[in-house]
Design a protein around this ligand. Structure first.
Ligand code: ZN
Length: 264
């Protein structure tokens, strides 16, 4: 079987295990069904997710020019505390920013290699946790906009990590933590403006990834340096494909690349 398409982050569906899908223009590939199969990935060209041109991808699937123009990659994405749509202040496109920022957001704890605090739109639960490769997560507050989530995250970052180690996540060097206890300990550090939004229920979500064999060490595949790669797929975790020879491929970091995907 051979497919061709532009890579975008894999779509997911919660389940045991989680189901992954690659969506190409004309094809819909169930990645779980490729486990234990030999697959070849071949770089064809770039296709910027905004302008569609064959221009080198700078970040998040966009060429350099579009990365600094598109409203969905403004600074407030990575730093939610910079959100200003609730004040009616535009960053790149106020209508877009209102739509995305002025909706319920969750501040959560997720454990992928260590426990970290993060922010996501409520509609992105549990997608966000799956994309991070978290094996467990818990919600802390549900606030009505992104700004409140951002200032809550900034305050909690003083007491818990906001970064994870993706190599440890992929090697499955993980520990189960009692997130309920950590959530209670963090409660007092929630900023005044967000305290009323503390979520009463303390239900922990656990996530099960489709992995037959974890890598012992991690070799990252970069299709710009290695335009063609063949390997036997052994798992999917976060947005990574994991192969038999310890190679890992971050699909999300390769957005905007047109690839040939061959399955033996
Ligand atoms: Zn472009």
């Amino acid at each position: 079987m051979q497919y061709q398409g532009v890579l975008r982050k894999m779509q997911t569906e919660i389940g045991s295990p989680i189901q992954y899908f690659l969506i190409f223009d004309n094809d819909f590939i169930q990645v779980n069904q490729l486990l234990d199969k030999e697959i070849t990935l071949k770089f064809v060209k770039y296709q910027c997710l905004a302008c569609g041109e064959n221009k080198k991808i700078f970040r998040q699937g966009y060429c350099y020019d579009d990365f600094y123009k598109q409203p969905d990659v403004g600074d407030w994405i990575m730093r939610p505390e910079l959100s200003q749509a609730h004040l009616g202040i535009e960053d790149r496109d106020l209508e877009y920013e209102k739509k995305v920022q002025l909706q319920p957001h969750i501040v959560y704890l997720a454990n992928s290699s260590n426990v970290k605090v993060g922010v996501t739109r409520k509609t992105q639960v549990p997608t966000r946790w799956i994309d991070q490769g978290a094996h467990e997560a818990i919600e802390i507050v549900e606030v009505p906009n992104r700004y409140l989530a951002g200032i809550t995250e900034v305050a909690l970052k003083e007491h818990v990590a906001d970064k994870t180690n993706w190599r440890k996540m992929l090697k499955n060097e993980i520990e189960d933590e009692d997130l309920k206890v950590q959530r209670e300990q963090l409660k007092e550090f929630i900023p005044e403006e967000a305290k009323e939004y503390f979520i009463a229920s303390n239900e922990e979500t656990t996530l099960e990834f489709p992995v037959l064999k974890y890598p012992e060490k991690v070799k990252s595949l970069n299709l710009e340096k290695t335009p063609e790669y063949t390997g036997v797929l052994k798992g999917v975790k976060g947005q990574y494909l994991i192969f038999d020879d310890n190679t890992v491929f971050n699909v999300r970091n390769s957005e905007g690349y047109v690839v040939d995907l061959m399955i033996k």
